[in-house]
Design a protein around this ligand. Structure first.
Ligand code: GLA
Length: 458
């Protein structure tokens, strides 16, 4: 699995209302017809938050909502990008000059990440142009990976225009790397599941090397996504990169404490691998080696025996240069405990005891508590929403994705679903600002969807 590229499907566009609408809009926008379509799904992370960039496995599934692009290759070397949603401005540039301006939060930058990733992978200097019309139905800035889906979709569109092929694994790696052009140091979960997802199954995604293993979710439960309606765009703040930095610093301090070659260590997983101990032992080592009081940059420097200048230039990212404190013990404890919960979750799905749903729910609840208290990536609305979800029948509920806003995911016994949806709707979405968020983007049950695809008109 994964050695092959994304599948190509022949479809009767007239039988698919969304494709048909896109085709018609494309025609009125560009005065020509698309040659093909690509889609890449968003995802919901069931468990394993903020641990992919620390080297640990995560457990997401693709959702049905996706990015869909109608594409026409052109001979002019011009890239013309537009969205079906008129709130987003059109964009046009030379295909050979795709500068990404990190200081501006513009949708087309995500497209350019995917485009550039493919260009750089093949070392191409003279790229063909294309006309692209993008239609997305993943709730934006809500932790369901709409941005990564666009990066993946753009990467696949570019590859298809070039007439080249790559495995899903390679595409996922390229897109994960190239999304860093936005300035956020995400891990590889979102792009991996967008390419490697298969309908009907969640996946355990492991890194270095990238692998995806099916995880069969219990049929007696439904996973429900609820939007807190607090928008979180991780590129707009430094929260995300601060956590990445704190984990990197924690890994280095732990390595130093254990007499390892700390300057080469970047991820918390590497410390565990080098020591050859269990995650439970890593938790004890963390408590022993790191104090819970926040570390100042000066203290970090003293511990590592480096100057402030070296810390800034060699370890910190551009938007974490002036962070005054680092909570290293709390972040590392979250990561090691969350990594263990992912493995327990998978094991329980495989063993499927009679009480599997409450057991999985308990792990999800523990995950939320750790995200809230140790990783501090929740917010009052997310905490309120998980409480509401649990009150109305969820066996477990947690924030999903980067956090600080966005969505929760809850495990709900299938028989309780209708009452659960009605009650959560009543309890959380009556407030006027929340009721303005389109209904289909607020509260919905989801099941594991398929991965990225190319569509050709039959
Ligand atoms: C974002 C990143 C992912 C992952 C999650 C948190 O979605 O893109 O790589 O780190 O946050 O689990």
């Amino acid at each position: 699995m994964g050695t092959e590229g994304p599948a190509t499907r022949r479809v009767q566009v007239s039988e698919h209302p969304r494709l048909l609408k896109l085709k018609e809009m494309f025609k009125s926008k560009f005065g020509s017809l698309p040659k093909f379509y690509v889609r890449a799904p968003g995802r919901v992370n069931i468990i394993g938050e903020h641990i992919d960039y620390c080297g640990y496995s995560v457990l997401p599934m693709a959702i049905e909502q996706d990015m869909l692009i109608a594409v026409e290759p052109v001979k002019t070397h011009t890239l013309q990008l537009a969205k079906t949603n008129p709130l987003y401005l059109d964009f046009s540039t030379s295909a050979n000059n795709t500068e990404i301006d990190k200081t501006k939060l513009l949708w087309h930058n995500y497209f350019l990440c995917g485009f550039k990733g493919i260009q750089e992978h093949f070392g191409l200097s003279n790229l063909p142009g294309m006309n692209c019309l993008v239609d997305g139905n993943i709730p934006p800035s809500s932790g369901l990976s709409s941005s990564s889906a666009l990066v993946c979709c753009a990467g696949l569109a570019t590859l298809t225009v070039l007439g080249m092929s790559l495995s899903k694994m390679k595409l996922a790696e390229i897109c994960a790397k190239s999304e860093h052009y936005i300035g956020t140091e995400g891990g590889g979960m979102d792009q991996s599941i967008s390419f490697l997802a298969e309908e009907g199954t969640a996946k355990l995604i492991e890194f270095s090397p990238l692998r995806a293993t099916d995880v069969k979710l219990p049929s007696e439960a439904v996973f429900v996504i609820a939007n807190s309606c607090v928008e979180m765009n991780k590129a707009a703040t430094s929260h995300f990169n601060i956590r990445v930095t704190e984990c990197r610093l924690a890994a280095k301090l732990l390595a130093k404490h254990k007499g390892l070659q700390w300057d080469e260590v970047l991820q918390l997983e590497e410390v565990q691998a080098k020591l050859g101990v269990s995650l439970e032992e890593m938790l004890l080592i963390t408590e022993d080696a790191l104090h819970t009081e926040p570390y100042s940059p000066e203290e970090v420097c003293r511990c590592l025996g480096i100057s402030l200048q070296e810390l800034r230039t060699q370890i910190l990212s551009p938007n974490t240069q002036d962070v005054p404190i680092f909570k290293l013990c709390q972040r590392a404890k979250h990561v090691y405990s969350e990594a263990a919960r992912v493995l327990q979750f998978k094991k329980m799905c495989e063993e499927a005891p009679d009480d599997v749903v409450p057991l999985l729910g308990e792990l999800m609840n523990q995950s939320h508590a750790s995200c809230r208290d140790m990783y501090e990536c929740s917010c009052p609305e997310l905490d309120q929403l998980v409480d509401i979800c649990r009150k109305f029948g969820a066996q477990g509920s947690r924030l999903t994705g980067a956090g600080w806003g966005g969505c929760t995911v809850s495990i709900v016994p299938a028989a309780k679903l209708p009452g659960f949806l009605a009650n959560v709707h009543e309890a959380y979405y009556q407030q006027s600002a929340r009721s303005l968020v389109p209904e289909e983007q607020r509260l919905f049950a989801t099941k594991p969807g398929g991965g990225a695809l190319v569509f050709l008109e039959a």
